[in-house]
Design a protein around this ligand. Structure first.
Ligand SMILES: C[S@@+](CC[C@H](N)C(=O)[O-])C[C@H]1O[C@@H](n2cnc3c(N)ncnc32)[C@H](O)[C@@H]1O
Length: 341
């Protein structure tokens, strides 16, 4: 039987080696790297530049999606994308009153799977009066200018994509009744900007709780993904909040999210496969084929439920899943906010 190898390399080996963790994928763009169970680090290190190893461990995927009872609270979601952030809150019992994104494909996915409350809109053109009153605001604002893989031009008002942060601050100044809390999400690089964020939150009436870094792999998803969450609490509400603790005891295997039957269109061509695995022991192309992760596997890596349907092209879906807040992480924070605020 020809066995499958998942993943491919088209960046430098250095970056590849850096991203590998035990059986956990890193979804940096479309690149997926993993190390199978039982392969020693030293062995992996010698092979890493040449080969991605075959998967010998696969279990039937289990969708553990459950819904908590409605809690009567509402949120708004800016830059909602396909709705990863929102799904975490919906799962915890929240209702989403308004959701906005200017990408028509993200809006298509969101509308089909989550609800008609989503609108295609440029947040920089919105007005306070367009925004329903809610308990909280979610905003996973664009990260291109903050991430180390991106342009690093920073959060500049009216100039960079990440400067859209200031548009949310503007809207907070325009609404008649401010939400009790606001929650931003962004890449690791945002920590360098936390004093600016603290100042901006304060100007519009919020206290920034100490920024919290979470790694998706510690939230029962086999993906190494670190993101900061920046919670602001309205000054008249309360001052403190305890983020849920991340348990580092269990990291699921990548094999737990893989599909058993994969369409051939996800197989990598022979020449590229040979480049990837050509020189390594046991990676004989007559015995193995190489494939990339499927869109469904991307959705599983982010904690989306199996019922979430793909209604856009593969490339749009990969992008939307790659952009999303990991649902499991959003859910844990949503529950803590529900308990404490
Ligand atoms: C990091 S993604 C958000 C992902 C989303 N929070 C989730 O969990 O699925 C950023 C989103 O901002 C949207 N966006 C960028 N600029 C925008 C703008 N000016 N107005 C509205 N949406 C914008 C992009 O289309 C993208 O979907």
């Amino acid at each position: 039987m020809v066995r499958e190898i998942v993943g491919w390399v088209n960046r430098e080996d250095r970056l590849f080696a850096k991203q590998i963790t035990n059986g956990v994928a890193g979804t940096a763009g479309e690149h997926v790297y993993f190390k199978p169970q039982g392969v020693a680090d030293a062995v992996m290190a010698t092979r890493v530049s040449k080969c991605i190893l075959p998967i010998d461990f696969k279990s039937e995927f289990k969708d553990t999606w459950t819904m908590d009872a409605p809690n009567g609270k509402k949120v708004n979601s800016f830059f909602c994308g396909a709705g990863g952030f929102d799904l975490g809150f919906i799962r915890a019992g929240y209702d989403v009153a308004g959701a906005w994104d200017f990408d028509e494909y993200a809006v298509q996915s969101y509308r089909h799977n989550i609800g008609d409350h989503v609108q295609k809109a440029d947040v920089s053109k919105m007005k306070g009066e367009d925004i329903p009153k809610t308990n909280g605001w979610l905003f996973g604002f664009p990260c291109q200018d903050i991430s180390s893989a991106g342009r690093q031009s920073g959060m500049i008002k009216g100039v960079t994509r990440s400067g859209l942060f200031y548009e949310v601050m503007r809207l907070l100044g325009e609404v008649e009744e401010k939400p009790e809390w606001i929650l931003a999400e962004n890449v690791k690089g945002v920590s360098k900007l936390s004093s600016i964020i603290q100042e901006e939150y304060s100007k519009v009436g919020y206290t920034l709780v100490s920024p919290q870094l979470y790694n998706t792999k510690f939230w029962r998803l086999p993906q190494k993904r670190e993101r900061y969450f920046l919670l602001g609490i309205r000054k008249d509400v309360r001052k403190s909040f305890n983020f849920p603790e991340q348990s580092t005891e269990f990291i699921p295997e990548l094999g737990s999210v893989l599909e058993t039957e994969v369409d051939k269109k996800y197989h990598i061509n022979a020449q590229k496969s040979a480049e990837i695995i050509g020189h390594a022991d046991g990676c004989d192309l007559t015995k193995y084929y190489v494939r990339k992760l499927t869109p469904r596997e991307f959705a599983r890596l982010q904690g989306f439920p199996e019922s979430y349907e793909q209604v856009v092209s593969d490339s749009q879906f990969y992008k939307q899943m790659g952009n999303a807040v990991s649902v499991n992480v959003a859910y844990a924070i949503a529950k803590a906010i529900d308990d404490q605020l």
